[in-house]
Design a protein around this ligand. Structure first.
Ligand code: NAD
Ligand code: DAU
Length: 361
């Protein structure tokens, strides 16, 4: 099995590459532009493996995509490359429009060019998995779950750009017959997570005695999935999923943000005792503009049709994650020096009077 993974130097992409190379023994080509979020160090476990190759390239570069795909001759393309951080998309959306929309279009066209030249058997076996997010569905109230049929209603520039890319992927299947499958997953957490997102930012700030910024009242709900569970789901979806279908991925682990932050503090307090409970570092700060209230995934289709189950609960996954950050400073220290956790994603109206967070308490 020959698999191209775009965005393979990112958080989820690198977990997927490790799974495919080390657990499955597939031949894998990682394509990644190494933006601020891409990190070759995340691929250290596979860098010397004969069944892994890396190409630094931008998915918006059609010529580079044509060459990489033709040279590698994949059976599958798993597309994860994206700008992924909601707050950054509020500060500036241009890169999100470029990579998530133009880049996905470019990759779909390159894949179509390659696929249309394949022999009949290879052509019908080929798959393109477009990896997306539950944020395309917008915000839930107190009740209900996102199903595959939930109408799209994105709130942020990030989720709007991912929604656009989902529509492109589906259209390339309906119009050109490219064998596309789409997955929409809830919030991931785990090792190698860039320290701009809630969980890694909270872990590192709490370790360093810095303030723990919680947006608004901390009552927004996210549905957390350990990243290795997502990686296995993606492999199962591309293997067994039906062409033209969407599969929602989620671990049934809904938590309010404030409870996530408190849990991380409690785990750290257990592992390294301090003078005061780390909860005291929590600081409620100006809310995110357009902040979705609640996400929650109904993963029944993936569970019953394709037989996937999450292995980690939130409590087991978060403890593994905190321990990993404690033991792997070599990985996060250089990233922390490039990005110090400063608040992103406030519009001009909200910046005035808003405290800058992440500074030493
Ligand atoms: P990430 O930001 O950690 O990694 C993105 C990777 O894409 C980086 O390695 C980056 O260098 C690369 N990249 C960015 N622009 C590129 C370009 N133009 N060409 C080539 N490579 C480029 O993101 P992540 O959290 O690993 O998310 C991966 C995918 O999964 C994204 O499509 C995201 O929308 C989706 N997703 C993420 C989550 C989550 O909780 N993180 C949940 C559901 C879906
Ligand atoms: O739902 C899937 C999405 O999950 C993915 O598509 C995105 O790529 C991924 O970044 C994530 O988006 P969120 O916006 O939910 O993740 P983030 O970690 O930025 O924020 C999680 C929640 O925590 C959200 O309600 C905002 C809040 N938050 C975030 C940060 C960074 C805080 O309260 N404080 C913070 O400092």
């Amino acid at each position: 099995m020959r698999v191209i993974v775009t965005g393979g130097a990112g958080f989820i992409g690198s977990a997927l590459v490790r799974h495919l190379v080390l657990d499955k023994g597939y031949d894998v080509l990682t394509i990644d532009a190494l933006t601020y979020a891409g990190c070759e160090a995340s691929l250290r476990a596979v860098q010397d493996k004969a069944n892994h190759r890396f190409v630094k390239a931008d998915i918006c570069d059609r010529a580079a995509m044509d060459v990489a795909i033709a040279d590698f001759a994949p059976d599958r393309i798993m597309h994860l490359a994206a700008e992924s951080h909601v707050d950054r998309s509020i500060t500036g959306a241009a890169d999100f429009i470029q990579t998530n929309i133009v880049g996905t279009f470019t990759l779909l066209e390159a894949a179509r060019g390659y696929w249309s030249g394949l022999e009949a058997d290879a052509k019908s076996a080929f798959r393109f998995l477009h990896v997306s997010t539950d944020e395309v569905y917008g915000s839930l109230g107190d009740e209900g779950l996102f199903e595959e049929t939930t109408p799209y209603d994105p709130s942020s520039p990030y989720s709007a750009s991912k929604a656009a890319s989902d529509h492109l992927a589906k259209a390339w299947e309906r119009t050109y017959g490219l064998p596309v499958v789409v997955s929409n997953c809830s919030n991931n957490y785990g090792p190698y997570h860039f320290p701009e997102k809630l969980i890694p930012l909270t872990i590192l700030n709490a370790m360093e005695g810095r303030r723990l910024p919680v947006y608004g009242k901390g009552d927004n709900v996210r549905d957390w999935l350990f990243v290795d569970d997502h990686a296995r789901a993606l492999d199962i979806i591309i293997e067994k999923g039906r062409v033209g279908e969407t599969y929602n991925v989620g671990g049934r682990n809904e938590r309010q943000n404030i409870d996530v932050v408190r849990r991380i503090c409690a785990v750290l307090d257990q592992l390294i005792s301090g003078d005061t409970p780390r909860e005291n570092l929590i600081e409620f700060v100006t809310d995110r503009p357009g902040h979705d209230a609640r996400y929650a995934i109904d993963a029944t289709k993936l569970e019953t049709e394709l037989g996937w189950r999450a292995h980690e609960t939130f409590d087991t996954g978060i403890e593994k994650t905190v321990r990993w950050y404690l033991e792997n400073q070599w990985w996060w220290q250089p990233l922390r020096e490039k990005y110090d956790g400063r608040r992103l994603g406030l519009t001009a109206a909200k910046i005035s009077g808003a405290p800058i967070t992440g500074t030493p308490a």
